[in-house]
Design a protein around this ligand. Structure first.
Ligand code: DUC
Ligand code: ZN
Ligand code: ZN
Length: 466
């Protein structure tokens, strides 16, 4: 009998703290040895000249989420996780949305049913709290946290989802008591609604107005308020999808006051600007997401946040709708006004290649920072570490082998999601994850799918202990 099921030989391994050359020995889905010249395996993968990194964890992904009447998301668990896998991810964390007036448990059961047997990567769910009822706050969330649903998102925008400050405080209080983690979408809904009504009254209804009516000031104010509420409730929070320097400054100031705050940015805030929403014939709808992409200066600020540590998490916020589709970006109502264009863009497959190419290959960040931003910090923040997010003895053998010599032009035709476009069409990248291993099982070998639908499993999360 072999000592190992699989050896990954001769690669350059990177974790969030180190870069070193070694072989990895894998048995029963776990990393059991890291060392020189390992021998005795059923299968050996030669990783000479490649980078051997923890499989990516994308902790901000939307799949099969109810998105309003007549609108359907472009990805189910099968296409969403397949696309994630081809982008070097081994775990994704989608959101289970509580529908107003319904128990979260009911939504969770239905969401598990959708995922069961369909996944190519592991998955772990966040919850979205849209109805901060006494039952939810008093009983349901605590019970769910104990069962391994330890993170939930709240919205300060969207009329049908937003919580008011009192409700956010109560939700934060539950998080403090249960050790759960709250993610907050920071945009001031009343300010946005004021601007939307003004622009619509003036007949300015094209997609570009989406960006104009969700200005940086609305995000900055809500970020400040979320941080203040967390300070008062004495609980850590995650500020998700930060798009600009002014919101980053609020986060840095809160940290200087002693608040524990994690923050996330996404590829769209490094690669896109509001001008992309200008596209002819409604094409700008392809780039409608919230918060919206800003300008070149905001992109530079976000890069600074990536480089200096303001950001802990780099996620895709993959939220795919088809463009040429009456249930997507070109739904009948969406063609009447930007207000009704479904919010969100695809990106789960391109998240890491973009950061690897623009960040690592261009010398903005080193490999450990790349690993921290794309895998380790996600596992730590959301209770999946150390099984997930690192290369260490005892951890799950979730590994992506990156070939830094691959040069690709991003084309939607080559991607695996269910949308019909990518916002990054034509972007040239250097480096791609060519082999991906999930709990010791080779899922993609040299760019070819060899894993099966259903190989991905659900992962329960732990609550915070500190
Ligand atoms: N927030 C998200 O996190 N994703 C898509 C839309 C939104 O508003
Ligand atoms: Zn959001
Ligand atoms: Zn999102």
């Amino acid at each position: 009998m072999s000592t190992f099921d699989l050896i990954i030989r001769g690669g350059t391994i990177a974790t969030a703290s180190d870069v070193f050359k070694a072989d990895i020995g894998i048995r029963d889905g776990k990393i059991v040895q890291i060392g020189a010249a390992l021998e005795g395996a059923t299968e050996v993968i030669d990783a000479t000249g490649k980078y051997v990194l923890p499989g990516g964890i994308d902790s901000h992904v939307h799949i099969s989420q109810p998105s309003g009447e007549g609108i359907s998301m472009a990805d189910d668990f099968e296409s969403g996780t397949l696309s994630a896998l081809f982008g070097g991810n081994t775990t994704i964390m989608p959101f289970c949305l509580q529908e107003k007036g319904r128990p979260l448990r009911e939504a969770l059961n239905a969401y598990h049913e959708l995922a069961e047997g369909s996944c190519y990567t592991d998955v772990s769910f966040h919850l979205i709290v849209s109805d901060a009822s006494p039952t939810l706050l008093g009983q349901e969330l605590a019970a769910l946290a104990e069962e391994g649903y330890a993170s939930f998102k709240v919205f300060m925008t969207y009329e049908n989802l937003r919580l008011n400050d009192a409700e956010i405080l109560k939700t934060l209080d539950v998080a403090r008591q249960t050790g759960s983690t709250v993610m907050i979408h920071c945009e001031n809904e009343d300010a946005i609604r004021y601007l939307v009504e003004k622009h619509e009254a003036a007949g300015d209804v094209a997609p570009r107005a989406h960006a104009t009516t969700r200005p940086i000031a609305a995000e900055r104010e809500a970020t400040h308020r979320a941080l203040t509420l967390a300070e008062i409730a004495e609980v850590p929070i995650v500020i998700v999808h930060v798009s600009n320097g002014q919101a980053m400054d609020e986060i840095s100031r809160a940290r200087a006051r002693g608040l524990k705050v994690y923050s996330e940015t996404c590829p769209q805030y490094l690669m896109l600007t509001a001008e992309d929403l200008d596209g002819m014939d409604w094409e700008g709808a392809k780039f409608v997401c919230s918060p919206p992409p800003r300008d070149k200066a905001a992109q530079e600020d976000c890069w600074r946040g990536i480089e200096t540590g303001v950001f802990d998490l780099f996620s895709s916020d993959h939220c795919p709708f088809r463009y040429d589709d009456e249930h997507g970006k070109r739904a009948p109502k969406a063609l009447e006004s930007f207000r009704h264009i479904p919010n969100g863009i695809p990106g789960v497959e391109t998240r890491m290649p973009i950061l690897f190419s623009e960040g690592v290959m261009k010398g903005r960040i080193d490999l450990p920072r790349f690993v921290a931003l794309t895998a380790t910090n996600h596992a730590r923040t959301y209770g999946l570490y150390p099984e997930k997010g690192t290369i260490a003895i005892g951890s799950d053998a979730d590994i992506a082998i990156w070939d830094p010599s691959v040069k690709k032009t991003i084309r939607h035709a080559d991607l695996h999601d269910g949308a019909d476009y990518t916002p990054y069409e034509g972007v040239e990248v250097t480096g791609w994850p060519t082999t991906v291993i999930l709990r010791g099982r080779v899922m993609i070998r040299n760019g070819e799918l060899v894993g099966r639908k259903g190989d991905g499993q659900y992962q329960t999360a732990r609550t915070r202990t500190l």
